[in-house]
Each structure stands twice: as C-alpha cells, then as structure tokens.
Write a protein that binds this ligand. Structure first.
Ligand code: ADP
Length: 554
C-alpha cells in the first residue's frame, strides 16, 4: 500500500474514517491489495493507478479513491485534505489513457472520483445550443441524450477519437475532436470550480448572480446567470484558463457549446501514395484550413495508424525490426490506402458541400496519385467508416484497436505542436520516426490540423509487461522532448512521467512562466494539497528536484 507522503497509517486511518462520514463507506475504496491493480481495459478502466504503466504497476497509484455525491461533499473533502495535509488528485472518468489515466502524479495521493456519482446532464438548451454538464458525463452519454430526446436533428456534439471519456475532463485537459467544434476548450463556456481552500466560484457570466436565485440555498445550488453558457469572458481577468491542465481547482460544472446540425454532411478520405508527399499535402491544407474551406479539424494519418486499427503487428509481419518503406508500401497496397491518408468532412446543404468539395478535390489533385473516397465507396474500410461517425460527432471506441499493435499493448502519446507547413511536418515526421526506429519501434502517428497549427500525435505503443519495452518507450519520449525543444517545438500535453520534463522546456526568460504558475499555486493552495506535480508545478512544500522522474538509459 502507498500511503500519502508524510502520513503515518494511524493518521491515514483517521482521514479515511472522516471521509467515509462525508460521502459514505460505499464511496471510499482503500487501495491495499495487488488485485486492485489488475484492470487493463479502457472500457473497464482502473481508477486507482495508470493501467498503461511505464514504470511498473504501482508507480502512479492512489492510497484511496473517494467518490463525492455532490459539490458540497467535494468542498468538505478538500477542507479535510487541508486539515490532514493529504494530496488529492481529481479526475472525472479516468480514461485519460496515454497520459496517465486516473492516476495521481504523487503516489499515495487520494484520488477524487468525480465521475462515479456526479454525472448529470444538467441542461441542454436548444436555442442557445449548449449543454451544462457534471464531471461524469461522457461523450457517449451526451450523444445518447440528444438521440433519446430527438435532438440530433438540431444539435451535434464534438467527440474525440474515443467516446468513453468525459466532456469535462477532456476539455480541462484541452483535448480535441474533429468536427468544426474540435477545439474543446474554445467551445466550453463557463465553469463552476471548487478552489483548493474549499470555496466555490463560477467563472465568466456565472459570477453575476441570477436576480431570481434563492440566496438561502448553498452557492452550488443557486440558479445561475442566464448568460453563463452564452458569453465566456464576463468581466475582468479571464479565469478559465488557469483551471485547465491545472492544479488550481476542481471543476464541478462546465458549459459546452453544441454544434447546430449543419443540415447536411459528407465525410471523405484522400489517399496520398508517397511518403514524401506529406510535404505537399500540408502545403495544400494550410490555406484551405485557415480560410475554413476545410471546415472541420481534419487529420493526416500515417499508414500504420490505420493499419493498426485493422490488425495487430503480427498480422502484417514476422519481422522484429521496424517496418521498412517497402513493407509499408505493401501494407498500404494491401489495404487500398496511401502512405498518408487524409480524413475530412463537408458540412451544410448540398450546394455548399458541392462547392467546397470542388475546391478541396482540385487542390489535392496536385498530388500525383491522390485518390478520393466517400465512405460508401469502401464499406469495409473500418477506419473510414469510423471517421465517418467521429466527424459527425457520433462517439465510438473502435480506435482503441491500434493499442493492440504489440502484445500487452499500452501507449504513450508524444504530442508536439507543429506549424502547418510541409517543412515542419516532414521534419517532425523524420525526427520522430528515426528516434522510434532507433529502439526498434514502428512509427505510428497522425497530424491533427487546427486552424493555425497541427497537433502531431505520435502513438508510442509498448508492451507493458516487458520492462525492456517500457524502458525503450520512456527513453524515446524523453529524448524526443529534448530533440523537439532544441528545434523550438513544444508538447501540448503529456503523460504523468514526463510532466516535469516538458514543463522545463517552457523556460523562456529564466522560467518566468513556471515562476508565475508557482506564485499562483502558492496563493491559492498554500498547503499544496491539490494535484501536486500536475504539469510540473510543485507546491512550495515539495522539493521539485527530488520528485523529478529521470528515465533510465537504453
Ligand atoms: P476522462 O474524463 O477523459 O477519462 P480523466 O477523468 O482521466 O479524463 O481526467 C484527466 C485529467 O484531467 C485528470 O487526471 C485531471 O488532472 C484532470 N481533470 C479531470 N477532471 C477534472 C476536474 N473535474 N477538475 C479538475 N481537473 C480535472
């Protein structure tokens, strides 16, 4: 069992007793037996440790997991943690796979499972086209709600690749999806947040009381201002950003804008036969994307990402070396795909879609051998059929399959931001592929194209039960973080084990941003109880150097 730092067993037992009084014995799980670390699937995710463990099963593990039933219980638990100096790690659903799942950065922290009981869709407003959700509302829940209430003809949601995570957790981590509403943080509006001292704030217009609310009720039950989910910024400094990828608050309600059903939809795939034509493709994409002719967040996926969804490594090769260009060409030919495959969609009534399609098709025709497909052209293409759903906001879990590329498959994401230029794309591709191949891994990756940048997501698949494989994956990602920083590239998000390392690369002007982050942390959380170490920000009562994780060489 991992106890919280500096917490003897008797003190921990007293804490557990009190926390059980707050939220009921049935909502407190003490982590004390090895079999509690046996879950290994996204759909039955572990809430007590990182099941895609890189550094052993019990490196990132909680001492207990507590599931409050409402906001007032969250506040009481936070106050109790202050009294006992016990670190608390909030999560919503715990499916943040590839980045650490539900696990805490500091072993022995108490996990705060917000999703188990606080999972209501509080409101769907058709006129305003938004929803207000609690932490446990998954993309699948919100989509099902629209279907069950016959609202899909009015409103769509945006979903990430996997639909089992929470709307709130994904947004606070600044995750992305693939419709025109793919930038989730951009599309959120208004938060209710429990601060590290247990107090409660509403951000943006939520700070202005609703004149009809009942002041005798606890703050979290009071009716909110009617513009809370309509205007993000309110008055004065804009607070919401500091509650994303953050250890400054527990978000207990969040507004999210929904997309008005565009009245017509057509997804498509463009196959790009040659590896080096990634350059040309990205140059074609930039002007189309920034001018919104490409309306959604499209992706250019490497052949192996699509291949891995359709079969594991052993189904393609007996070789234990990284796949060569010739082998990749063979796989592409076998699957009727390109070395790169571009997935986009057209939204709107037929004449609008037709006009957009002509522009897109003409532009991509500059790539020799590019081919254009609609989902109906390839009914058996699992990836195209899945993207067809994802790009219209219908949640799936099909893309889980690529994690099985290797036996006991687990994954880490290396996620640098790239300019939308052919040069940047090629340079990041060459760098990441060659580093992967150095340790015998295949490159699997995708470029997700935002309005003015790309999230380049490299999927590092490793065998979690093979310590050598874990070591290699850790070395690759760690080395890539350095390589990238040397070229001015930084990651938008990272796994628990790499948070310090990535934070250190954002070092402009003598680490001015980290100093600012630490100053805010000290002001809001002087006892350092909320998510210490999250994104590399350590409270003053932790010795950051001692907590840093250094990968072993390979
Ligand atoms: P998902 O809902 O996609 O499964 P998680 O619940 O695993 O995502 O959350 C991912 C991370 O986001 C957590 O480890 C935590 O750092 C942060 N997070 C999630 N929910 C909240 C929340 N309600 N308040 C503050 N941070 C949160």
């Amino acid at each position: 069992m991992r106890l919280p730092p500096n917490t003897p067993l008797e003190k921990f037992a007293e804490f557990i007793h009190l926390v059980q009084e707050i939220c009921g014995r049935e909502n407190v799980e003490i982590v004390a037996k090895p079999e509690q670390l046996s879950k290994d699937h996204y759909l039955d995710q572990s809430k007590v440790h990182d099941m895609f463990y890189l550094l052993g099963k019990d490196c990132f593990v909680s001492s207990a997991v507590v599931a409050p039933r409402d906001v007032s219980e969250v506040q009481q638990i936070v106050r109790l943690c202050n009294d006992f100096d016990i670190p608390l790690w909030p999560f919503s659903i715990g499916r943040n796979v590839g980045y650490g799942g539900a696990a805490p950065r500091v072993p022995g922290s108490v996990g705060l499972d917000l999703g188990k009981n606080m999972n209501k869709i509080l409101k769907v407003d058709v006129e305003g086209a938004y929803a207000l959700v609690e932490p446990g509302v998954t993309y699948a829940d919100l989509h099902n709600y629209l279907v069950e209430h016959n609202l899909r003809d009015k409103l769509w949601i945006d979903v990430p690749d996997l639909g089992g995570g929470s709307v709130l957790g994904n947004t606070t981590e600044r995750g992305v999806g693939y419709t025109p509403y793919g930038d989730h943080f951009m599309m959120h509006c208004g938060m209710e947040v429990v601060l590290p001292d247990g107090s409660l704030v509403r951000t943006g217009m939520g700070a202005l009381p609703n004149p009809n609310s009942d002041p005798s009720k606890p703050a979290h039950e009071q009716d909110a201002n009617e513009s809370w989910q309509l205007f993000n910024y309110g008055f004065g400094p804009y607070n919401d950003g500091i509650f994303t990828q953050s250890s400054l608050g527990i978000v207990v309600k969040m507004g999210i804008w929904l997309m008005v059903n565009p009245g017509g939809y057509q997804s498509y795939m463009i196959t790009i036969p040659k590896d080096e034509d990634l350059h040309k493709a990205v140059e074609i994409i930039r002007p189309l994307r920034v001018s919104m002719v490409l309306q959604n967040v499209p992706t250019i996926r490497h052949i192996l990402l699509d291949a891995a969804v359709m079969g594991n490594r052993a189904s393609y090769t007996n070789s234990d070396k990284p796949l060569t260009d010739a082998e990749l060409d063979q796989i592409a030919a076998k699957l009727n795909l390109g070395r790169w495959n571009f997935y986009g969609a057209l939204y709107g009534p037929e004449p609008i879609r037709q006009a957009m399609w002509q522009v897109v098709k003409q532009a991509f025709s500059a790539i020799p051998g590019a081919k254009f497909y609609f989902p109906e052209d390839q009914p058996d293409n699992l990836v195209l059929q899945t993207r067809n759903l994802t790009l219209q906001g219908i949640p799936t879990t099909t893309e889980l399959k690529w994690v099985d590329w290797l036996p006991n498959g687990a994954h880490l994401f290396f996620s640098p931001i790239a300019k939308v230029t052919g040069d940047d794309a090629m340079a990041q591709y060459q760098l990441t592929r060659s580093r992967c191949e150095e340790v015998g891994l295949d490159f699997i990756g995708t470029f997700i194209i935002g309005m003015r940048e790309m999230h380049h997501i490299v999927c590092l698949v490793f065998d979690r039960k093979d310590p050598e494989s874990c070591k290699k994956a850790h070395w690759v990602i760690s080395t890539l973080i350095d390589d990238a920083a040397e070229r001015g590239w930084g990651e938008y998000r990272t796994h628990l084990a790499l948070m310090d390392k990535v934070a250190q690369t954002y070092s402009f002007n003598d680490n001015a941003q980290m100093k600012l982050n630490r100053a805010i942390k000290q002001a809001l959380d002087p006892r350092g109880i909320l998510a210490p170490g999250k994104n590399g920000i350590w409270p003053s009562n932790y010795n950051a150097e001692q907590w840093e994780i250094v990968p072993k060489g390979v």
